[in-house]
Ligand binder design. Sequence first.
Ligand code: F3S
Length: 425
Amino acid sequence: MASRMTTDLALDPADRACLAGERGEGARLAAQLVTSLGRIYGAERLVPVASVQVAGVSYRNLGAAGLEFLREWAGKGAAARVPAMLNPAGMDLVAWRAHGIPEEFGLRQLEVIEAYARLGVVPTCTCTPYLVGYAPHYGEHLAWSESSAVVFANSILGARTNREGGPGALAAAILGKTACYGLHLDGARRATLVVDVACPLRTTADFGALGYLVGRVAGDGVPLLRLWEPPDGLEAQADLLRSPFLPHLKALGAAMAASGAVALFHIAGVTPEAREQGEEIIAPGAAHLRIDDLSPAYGELGTGGDAVDVVSIGCPHASLAELAQAAALVGGRRVSRPLWITTSRAVLDEARRQGLLAALERAGATVMADTCLVVAPMRHFGFRVVATDSAKLATYAPGHCGLAARYGPLEACLDAAVTGVMRDG
Ligand code: F3S
């Protein structure tokens, strides 16, 4: 990431007109914020963005002051001029009363969504916009906020975005541009940490555990993961790394972004820039790390005891295939603990159409759209221990939700929802 410094920021006539208030006061405020951030981070120019994703949606995080900020900008005529969408909110925007969300919170949350709508931001309310029609093209510049979406867009799709703060992303949507620094530039996209993966990767949870361990070391650097080839001709252990599926990649990136501040990673021979550049992707002086045991991650992420109060699946938001897998695994059983599955509205609607929701609901699961546990008012529910297959949620649960966590594969989490007890996965 670029060091913070003051520099000359080149502006074109349209940017200058915007700063002079010719597009209205709202656009002037947005231009002022984008250019100020650009100067702080040493950008030399602004770059047009193809889309924007705005975090800072839950009323739990925004509060009255955040809502007032949005209303003020909307009142000054600010409006997005590029496709812009929202991160998860603090509740399912349709079924929130049935889910037990307090009335006061629910009404304020709806006011937040309405304020964003006045600003021209679409209430997609998901951290997987790339699954619901907002998949960027290779090389496109974006201004996305949500860390798991940022790392997926950069790493798997080859788009270019920094981890934007909520107001910075909103301002970029209004201006249609962001400051060109950090991961928008080639030089910052080379690997600063080479990770040899020498342990088996059998499940999506294993990918999350790997991401957790890598993120802790990488910080805000750029890891390159590669399959460690055993010198004695034994079979390589982590061969799923050669052909990972979507849930593996979601889990891996989200975990790195949570335990560290990773916004871009590469997998040798798999992700687009690593395939294109080969060894050239490695920056001079890159550090090295070898991982041959995932058990420290499972240990550190398991802060709770065996008895669980709630089970959470769908962080990042579940894809249709993940919902189908959960429905198949839960089979004809009934849960004895709340099983909350979080996804996007578009995926939930399609799952209903395909009959997957009925199967999950017969088992007693609650499938929620628009939200997740990390941004919901979880302290209201009085749970103590959550079981999850998400290393990101397990990382954030104690601090953000007031919950101890148990971390394990999907099968173990679904068993825990049925029995109330989390066994080691
Ligand atoms: Fe998404 Fe919430 Fe997890 S925003 S990545 S479901 S913490």
